[in-house]
Design a protein around this ligand. Structure first.
Ligand code: ZN
Length: 435
């Protein structure tokens, strides 16, 4: 069955991507295998018609594109994010704790459901900077074994534990690393994983991740349960669609941004110049001028793909009764009157039309009118590059838990819709909109 196959490939991608750095590296590896050339922002770009390229910023954000012809019409962009809520391990990692225990000093990254991180095997992954032949280079690290656990309180000691006891990040959420005093053991472990001499490990960007692997659940395997479905399910679906799409007269652009979970305001986040820098550079490298650029921007479109809330089986009251997406019900268009989601009549019409032609069902989501929702990539990106944008996502439960649940069919729906989308061109003219 097609969707089960895609879901198993999704699980492989999720399990191989324990950190935002691994997610970007895995996307890059798929692009290289498909014949794409890696470009470096600090080197000259020599682009050609028919060329396929990608570039990385901060080892964790990626933009890929194909150039169909010199006089391309515009950019057909889709964006997702590589990061998920987790805990960052501090450089001074070890903390002596009561009970002759050594714990790791960590700090929350993004807004996670804290209790979901308790009492389960965890490990550490990310990137490290190492000295190699007189240069500083970045290296991926994944301690690929059950290394840590954050023990919760026994019910006998905290009788309130099932009544929503608040957890303090600096007290309750430090993972147990060792028994006894063994100063420097964590650093030695990372040195070993990085394959360098101890003196050559310079600095680290390491994060916790749950060791529980992604899996298919439900009587007919209709659910996919995994860490990091938000937003790697969308990243995977957009990447597959991007690779499978046919050429059009526009430039298909796949963007994967880091730091969405902490507001996107970083050098490689959606609230940076990364996307505009890359697209302007494509325009210039193809020998096109400012007027060509302005026309291309006017004839561009953005799909901001970030997971959405499905109606919860135990708590349907949190959903708006008229706009409550269900798992396996198709791609969700996200609406917000205050425009925290960018979807409007124009962008919804364009994207719904593409889904309709592809036989992909579309659902609608609005936050319950009295509840503020989350924000995402769309309105942040369009502040830098002002083009029509639609906010979409795949319906899921338990968003920002260490382990989330989504629908298996929905991944396939996204791959199909994005395969069609990336093969299209968008044009706004006096006679209306053409896609
Ligand atoms: Zn997200």
């Amino acid at each position: 069955m097609m969707d089960q196959n895609i879901s198993r490939q999704l699980l492989t991608f999720l399990d191989a991507s324990p950190s935002c750095y691994h997610a970007a590296a895995n996307a890059a590896a798929e692009l290289l295998a498909a014949g794409y050339t890696r470009l470096y922002e600090g080197e000259p770009w020599h682009l050609a018609e028919g060329g396929r390229y990608f570039t990385l910023r901060g080892d964790s954000s990626l933009i890929a594109f194909r150039i169909p012809c010199r006089d391309f019409r515009g950019f057909m962009i889709a964006a997702g994010h590589s990061d998920s809520p987790t805990f960052k391990v501090r450089e001074t990692a070890e903390v002596s704790s009561a009970g002759n225990c050594l714990r790791l000093s960590v700090e929350p990254y993004g807004g996670m459901v804290m209790r979901s991180w308790l009492d389960r095997p965890l490990s550490v992954a990310g990137r490290v900077m190492v000295r190699e032949k007189g240069k500083v280079v970045s290296r991926l690290v994944n301690v690929d074994r059950d290394l840590l656990v954050i023990p919760g309180m026994a019910i006998h000691m905290d009788r309130e534990v099932n009544k929503g006891t608040a957890l303090k990040a600096n007290v309750d959420l430090l993972p147990l690393f060792a028994c006894g005093k063994e100063p420097g053991a964590f650093r030695r472990l990372i040195v070993e994983e990085a394959g360098v001499e101890e003196a050559d490990l310079l600095t680290t960007d390491l994060f916790l991740y749950p060791r529980t692997r992604g899996t298919l659940t439900g009587v007919h395997e209709e659910f996919v349960a995994s860490a990091r479905l938000d937003d790697l399910q969308c990243v995977f679906g957009c990447l597959r669609g991007f690779l499978a799409a046919e050429d059009s007269s526009s430039v298909p652009v796949l963007a994967v941004f880091n730091n969405e979970e902490v507001g996107s305001g970083t050098r490689q986040g959606a609230d940076s110049t990364f996307l505009t820098d890359v697209l302007r550079r494509v325009n210039g490298a193809m020998g096109r001028g400012e007027e060509d650029w302005m026309i291309a921007v006017a004839n561009s479109f953005l799909v901001s793909a970030d997971n959405a809330h499905a109606v919860h089986p135990a708590h349907p009251e949190y959903a708006d009764p008229s706009e409550a997406p269900v798992l396996n019900g198709g791609i969700v268009l996200k609406y917000n009157a205050s425009q925290r989601y960018t979807t409007d009549a124009l962008s919804a019409a364009v994207f719904s039309q593409i889904c309709h032609e592809t036989g992909v069902p579309v659902q609608r989501y609005s936050n319950r009118a009295d509840l503020p929702g989350g924000s995402t990539l769309g309105n942040i990106s369009t502040a830098h590059l002002s083009i029509p944008s639609v906010d979409i996502g795949l319906p899921q439960l338990a968003m920002h838990s260490a382990y989330e649940v989504a629908g298996t069919k929905d991944t396939e729906y996204l791959v199909r819709a994005m395969t069609t989308y990336f093969g299209r061109s968008f044009r706004v003219g006096p006679e209306g909109i053409q896609i």
